[in-house]
Design a protein around this ligand. Sequence first.
Ligand SMILES: *Cc1c(COP(=O)(O)O)cnc(C)c1O
Length: 383
Amino acid sequence: MDKKIWLSSPHMGGSEMNYVQEAFDKNWIAPLGENVSGLEKDLEDFLGMGVHVAALNSGTAALHLALILLDVKPDDFVICQSLTFSASANPIVYMGAVPIFVDSEKDTWNLCPNAVEDAIKFGISKGKKPKAIITVNLYGMPYKVDEIAALSRKYEIPVLEDSAEALGSTYKNQHCGTFGDFSVISFNGNKIITTSCGGALISKDPAMKSKTIFLSTQAKDEAVHYEHTHIGYNYRMSNICAGIGRGQMEVLEQRVAQRRQNHFFYRYLLGDDDRFELHTEPTNDYFSNHWLSVIRLKPGQPITSEVMRQHFEAAAIETRPIWKPMHLQPVFKGMPYFGTDLAGTLFQSGLCLPSGSNLTDHDWQRISSSFENIKKNTAKQGG
Ligand SMILES: *Cc1c(COP(=O)(O)O)cnc(C)c1O
């Protein structure tokens, strides 16, 4: 039996262990040290725009701290893209606030600006202007940055950019992760580069970086004893994990190129078969890292994306449905939602395909032949 082909597995560059070894040699086995500040500097240099980066122990922690720094209070409204991974929305609930979920638009599958404006007006009509707009660069695809920025200015609501999946993507040549008042990236094991578990909070204000570090290291005030005027969190990144991150930063550009290559290979596999649609940048303004390559079955096909998934599964190839929208999740039942049903339709019709930067030629042969089988079966069942 062939080994399982995963959707997106870790891909080390080779020099990670040198940084980790250095941490051992100097006995910096702690949530601070040269690797932590080194990784932050690497990210600041990579992202540009004068951003300030605080390395944390997860993307979820970064989202949580961003909401704290945005002064979200219990019962406040926070707008959030519905088509996303649950970690975009859970921190709203940690704050005791209420998410307003918003549909996607068809070009990027990210926040629909019209529906965002409806959600803002809804909040205002209830006497509570939403405290933040959480926008996502899903699967690496940049969201409609200009349109959302215009709404943010018009209504004076800050943007929290969840760029967990989009390190290396750009919009109009500016890096994703630099568009929000706060932006978040993730280094979880399945992301484009990884520290095993980790994340970062990005802002343009150096004071916000200091506050993030303060809150993420138990909010210890200046004193010889432990003195606290704030509730703290244990969210800082470990110096060991940061060592992995420094090694991964050396190969980030390569990883982006490899994931984009996957996308082009899938386009080649699909050929001119117009029953499938590969999720692709709408214009040259958008440059996706194609963290995951995603296809949709066009309406009216004789098979479903679930049948496709089972075909791949039988060949030990992992695929996964498009993320199930938050407004359809049992845990968020009854939360306000604005838009039509694009997010739900995408969930029903789409499949994320193996997208690792470490897929071998043999893996690609297996993926290709499964694809050919699916195409044949589809034609047969279709009569
Ligand atoms: C992975 C992910 C997160 C959470 O990041 P972690 O580092 O796993 O906590 C948040 N949002 C999105 C869209 C993600 O894909």
